[in-house]
Ligand binder design. Structure first.
Ligand SMILES: Cc1cc2nc3c(=O)[nH]c(=O)nc-3n(C[C@H](O)[C@H](O)[C@H](O)COP(=O)(O)OP(=O)(O)OC[C@H]3O[C@@H](n4cnc5c(N)ncnc54)[C@H](O)[C@@H]3O)c2cc1C
Length: 406
């Protein structure tokens, strides 16, 4: 790389560090910092404000055409931004569904006005989104969606129910495939809509998870009206639009988001926290870090995290070149979600009975955050489509095996 280029990247690095010093919440990274309650309105608002600051500073919103609010950066600049934000660690962004699944869907199938209206506010974090796909009898079998839409002039009157709708309680907008042709066969009877969550007839009932959070809920559509112009793609072709959403979801929207938490780029391949835990915990009177079996397992996770990092980087580059990455995303998705669970299982072994103490319990280590992680990762192999379904995709589309009859 030319000396001039290196100088520019160094200047960018300094600029980001100054930005972080000025803009991170007061006390961030110190023991005095009190984060808003996870899942609370305050946490959501903090995430929104943080995303807006990042966007205004040009540190997020990459890979999107400028006319829809995208920020142009070279690969090297993006890498510097990612590194700096990841090393510092920053507040989680408010709801990732907008950037990760709605944005790619709109880019591919949205009408021009929809792209111009929605994408800039997704990038800036000003509007949050939810995804009303799964229903009580349509999860893995998404084509079985029962939600109906009947045309009435310039509007569609929608009735039905979704479940597991993440982020619904704070969402401004939602996406939903709806049966608009009651006679057509599966896959040809759906149309895909964006809708305003403030519309009369839309109701959210939060559900309580075993973590204590209510990340998702049931959502009800009771004669809710959606303008016809909100249809994304063509009438009756909503299945293909929904597949674009699911493909993006499996890839985690990696190309548009700035990183928020301290994850993969840390010096030890993202395993520093396990090392710390192992050094500070005793099992049967012996410090865990002195046990070669645990050290070996932690080293293995460091290797796997590096492998994931490079494979995500490869997908990111492919996506920027407009090449499809769906199959690789299925592989990466299975691997990372199962790895999350294996990591949490190892933590449970290190901590022994202490893993049971939740937030607020005086006996809890780290105020129950390990217990929370253990419980939360159980959902990882279900959300964004189960790992069984992803294995089916790999079997059929990559390996050419016969279609499953299940
Ligand atoms: C934390 C979390 C957040 C979520 N957020 C959202 C959201 O925001 N929006 C949304 O729409 N949905 C969301 N979901 C729902 C999720 O997409 C579904 O739970 C998932 O698709 C599985 O559907 P299901 O629960 O109906 O299970 P089912 O489809 O009933 O599956 C039950 C079991 O059967 C297996 N199975 C089913 N069919 C096959 C097959 N053909 N081959 C092999 N095995 C099969 C499944 O793998 C599973 O183990 C979320 C789920 C979780 C856990």
């Amino acid at each position: 790389m030319a000396v001039e280029e290196t100088g520019k990247l160094d200047a960018l690095r300094q600029e980001i560090r100054a930005f972080l010093r000025k803009n991170l919440p007061k006390g961030w990274g110190t023991p005095e910092y009190v984060a808003p309650e996870r899942g609370s309105k305050e946490a959501h608002e903090l995430g929104k404000q943080w995303q807006k600051k990042l966007y205004d500073a040009g540190y997020t919103g990459f890979g999107v055409p400028k006319e829809y609010g995208g920020i142009e950066r070279s690969r090297e600049e993006m890498a510097v931004i990612r590194e700096e934000l990841t090393h510092t660690g920053a507040p989680p962004l408010a709801g990732s569904l907008g950037p990760s699944i709605v944005l790619p869907t709109l880019l591919r199938y949205g009408k021009e006005w929809q792209k111009k209206r929605f994408i800039p506010k997704i990038l800036s974090g000003e509007e949050s989104w939810c995804e009303c796909f799964s229903e009580p009898n349509a999860g893995s079998d998404l084509a079985n969606i029962q939600k109906t839409g009947v045309r009435d002039g310039d509007e569609w009157v929608v009735n039905g129910q979704s479940v597991w709708t993440s982020g619904a309680k704070f969402a401004d907008w939602g996406v939903a495939p709806v049966r608009t042709d009651l006679k057509a066969p599966r896959h040809r009877n759906l149309s895909y809509f964006v809708f305003d969550c403030k519309s009369p007839g839309f109701e959210v009932r939060p559900l309580r998870q075993m973590t204590g959070d209510s990340e998702f809920g049931e959502t009800f559509f009771d004669n809710m009206r959606i303008p016809h112009e909100n249809m994304v793609g063509e009438e009756g072709k909503g299945w293909y639009v929904a597949m674009a959403t699911l493909e993006a979801e499996r890839g985690g929207g990696f190309q548009f988001l700035a990183p928020s938490r301290r994850i993969e780029l840390t010096s030890l391949g993202g395993v520093d926290n396990f090392v710390e835990l192992a050094k500070n915990t005793k099992r049967r009177g012996k410090v865990v870090w002195e046990d070669p079996v645990f050290r070996q397992r932690i080293a293995q996770f460091a290797i796997e995290n590096e492998a994931m990092r490079y494979s995500r980087e490869r997908m990111r580059v492919k996506a920027q070149k407009k090449q499809t990455t769906g199959n690789e995303q299925s592989i990466s998705s299975i691997f990372s979600r199962e790895k999350n669970q294996r990591q949490a299982n190892m933590v449970a072994e290190i901590m022994g009975a202490n893993i049971q103490f939740m937030k607020g319990d005086k006996r809890a280590l780290d105020d129950g955050s390990w217990a929370y992680t253990f419980l939360r990762t159980r959902g990882n192999t279900i959300e964004t489509g189960t790992t069984e379904i992803n294995r089916g995709i790999i079997a059929e589309r990559m390996l050419g095996l016969p279609k499953s009859r299940a």
